[in-house]
Structures are given as C-alpha cells and as structure tokens.
Design a binder for this molecule. Structure first.
Ligand SMILES: Cc1ncc(COP(=O)(O)O)c(C=O)c1O
Length: 349
C-alpha cells in the first residue's frame, strides 16, 4: 500500500516551509509593504505569485484537473530534481529507470548523491514491468518512466505502467514531455486512480515555449503539497507566468504546430528512408526521429560542418549507429535532406 508518510524524507516531513506574506495574503489590491520590493512601477517590481494561481486555473480548465493537483516548475527538470530531493535520502535510497532514456534523471540523481539503477529496454524499446519491479528494493523511492521515451521516440504500453503502479509502493513519475505528438493518450485519464502517480508535462515542446522554462507536474494533492513546500518561493518568474497565460488562451497555435510537425515527421521519415546510408528510421510518437545510419559520427560531423546540428546518439546502448533528428520546419527539413543527398554524392565519388 502506498503511504506518502512512509516514503517522505524525515527532514522534509519535519520542514517548516518558508512562507512569504504573499502566501498568506493572496488579494491583488493592497498597499504592499511586506517584501522589501522597490515600490515604483517597472512592470516587474513585484514578486510573482508563489502559487501561480492564474496559470494553474487555466491549465486546470484545459486539462480538466483540479488546480491542487498541479505543480509548476522551472521546466520539468526542476520537478524531477524536487521529486528526488523530497523522497530520496542521499547514499541510502535509490531510483529505478530504464535504459536508454532521458539523461537528466541520472544527472539529477548523481547531483543529489542518490543511486540510479536502470533496466535495459527490449529490442522493440518496450519495457518489461516484472524486470522493473525486480530491480526495486526497500530503498527504491522513485521510478522514472519517459513515455514517449527520449531518445527511442515510442510510448510504453499503458498496461505495463499500470502493472508497475499497482505493485510498487513508491512514486512512479511518467514523463510525458512528448505526449502531444503521440497517438496514444496521456495517463492523466487515470491520475485519480493512483496516489503514487506523478505525470510530467512541459511547455517546452508542443506549446513552443522552451525559452520560458515552465513544466507541469500532475499528482495527488498530497504530493503536490510536498513539492510546493520545498520549491524556491518564487520559482516561476512573472515574465514566464504572463507568457504562459497568453499561450494558454491561444489553443489554435498549438494545434496548428502539432499538425504541421506530425505531417513533416512522416514526410521526413519517408525521405530519410530513401537514402542509401539510412539503415532504419524507427517509428515515432514524438517530434523527433531516431535514425540508424551507416557511420553516424561521420554524418554527424559532416552535418555540423554544414551548420546543421542533430544529436549523435550512437554511443548510447540500443541506439548504436543512431542519430536523433528533431523535426524542424519544412524549410529546415529540406536543408537537412539536401545536405544528406549531397553527402550521398560524396560517398559515390
Ligand atoms: C523526456 C524529457 N523530459 C523533460 C525534458 C525537459 O523539459 P523542460 O524543458 O520542461 O525542463 C526533456 C527535454 O528535452 C525531455 O526530453
């Protein structure tokens, strides 16, 4: 049985969180003499809302999730870090994830001095729920699953994630950074059934706002309260909040972008497949393609020379010989394909 009390670090359990006067008084109209701000209006002389009520209200309406089940972080990366800091005792507890996957889980585990254990995915990039559960022990507090996974671009089977949720007493964090590009549904639809489920989404991909650094964490309000108690008081800037509110009111752009990217992804995959040095273009549920090629490093260097930057993933287990290519605009994809056709000619010389 999942018990938040059982897995929370002792120091976090006993923490008296920082509380600003803005936590205590949430009205907008007042004479604010509490936070030692400059009183003269520069548009940004006031601290931002520590609990980001307005943005959460908009997200709550769009996602049909209660605002108290939403956490906002400085990108998903902050939420990943806070989950580790809330639940994992350095040098004692551990995290389980899969390999290959998003590199920041291990980096943040290492920074927090928390052991990070991985289970290798199968050849089709799917996970085996029993293997993941077997890799856990009494000190495993967190399981990170990235779906659609980066860099493999595919979603895990919902049934496998549900098996893990049902048989693990710690927290299962499902990172859905790329879910808007997938034909498979978000696990948000089952959020209410699992007190140990955390879902991470971000404004960095389909929303087109990587520059503002804003990530959403969805979970039971008990977990959200913990994250709010340990975050920096003003972790999301006023500039970010304003931009998010604006974009959240514009549902059209996101839909248009996603449709375009999906069309371009399929076209790019077909054209890449036609190139003789492309061994395989893997199926994608994301806005990038994993492409197995002859001499990945050589092609990568050739593209860099042409100022076309893709990601060399050839040193990563199960991705040997692979490049990860983000789907760009039609123009950018054409520049890439033209360069690769030129590379083909050089090869034939
Ligand atoms: C799987 C995954 N999660 C999270 C992130 C980072 O998200 P954010 O920009 O919200 O920190 C990335 C960025 O590439 C990612 O691939």
């Amino acid at each position: 049985m999942f018990s938040l009390d059982k897995i929370l670090r002792e120091n976090v359990k006993n923490l008296k969180p920082y509380s600003s006067a803005r936590n205590e008084y949430t009205g907008k109209e007042a004479v604010f003499l509490d936070a030692n701000e400059n009183p003269y209006d520069s548009s940004y002389n006031r601290y931002p809302d520590p609990l980001q009520v307005e943005v959460k209200k908009r997200i709550s309406e769009i996602k049909k999730i209660e605002p108290d089940k939403i956490f906002l972080g400085n990108g998903s990366d902050e939420t990943i870090d806070l989950l580790i800091r809330a639940f994992c005792e350095p040098r004692i507890d551990n995290i389980v994830s899969v390999e290959p996957s998003y590199g920041m889980y291990k980096v943040l585990a290492d920074i927090n001095n928390v052991k990070f254990n991985t289970v290798l995915l199968a050849g089709d990039f799917q996970l085996n729920a029993d293997d993941i559960l077997k890799a856990t022990d009494n000190n495993t507090k967190l399981i990170f699953l990235c779906s659609p996974n980066n860099p493999t671009a595919v979603c895990f089977r919902t049934q496998d994630i549900v098996t893990i949720l049902n048989n693990f007493d710690g927290i299962v964090a499902v990172d859905e950074a790329y879910i808007d590009f997938s034909s498979k549904g978000s696990l948000l639809s089952i959020l209410d059934n699992y007190r140990n489920l955390v879902i991470l989404q971000t404004f960095s991909k389909a929303w087109g706002l990587a520059g503002i650094r804003l990530g959403m964490g969805y979970a039971d309000s008990e977990i959200i309260n913990v994250l709010n108690s340990i975050k920096y008081p003003y972790n999301i800037s006023s500039l970010t909040l304003e931009t998010a509110v604006k974009q959240l009111s514009d549902s059209k752009s996101k839909k248009i972008w996603i449709n375009r990217i999906l069309k371009s992804r399929d076209k790019l995959a077909r054209k890449l497949n036609d190139l003789p040095f492309v061994i395989k273009v893997y199926p994608s549920d994301a806005n990038f393609l994993l492409v197995k090629v002859d001499s990945a490093k050589k092609i990568y260097d050739y593209l860099v020379d042409k100022k076309i930057i893709v990601r060399d993933r050839s040193n990563i287990i199960l991705c040997e010989g692979c490049l990860r290519i983000t789907v760009g605009t039609e123009d950018e994809n054409t520049i890439l394909l033209d360069a690769l056709k030129e590379y083909e000619k050089i090869l034939l010389k």
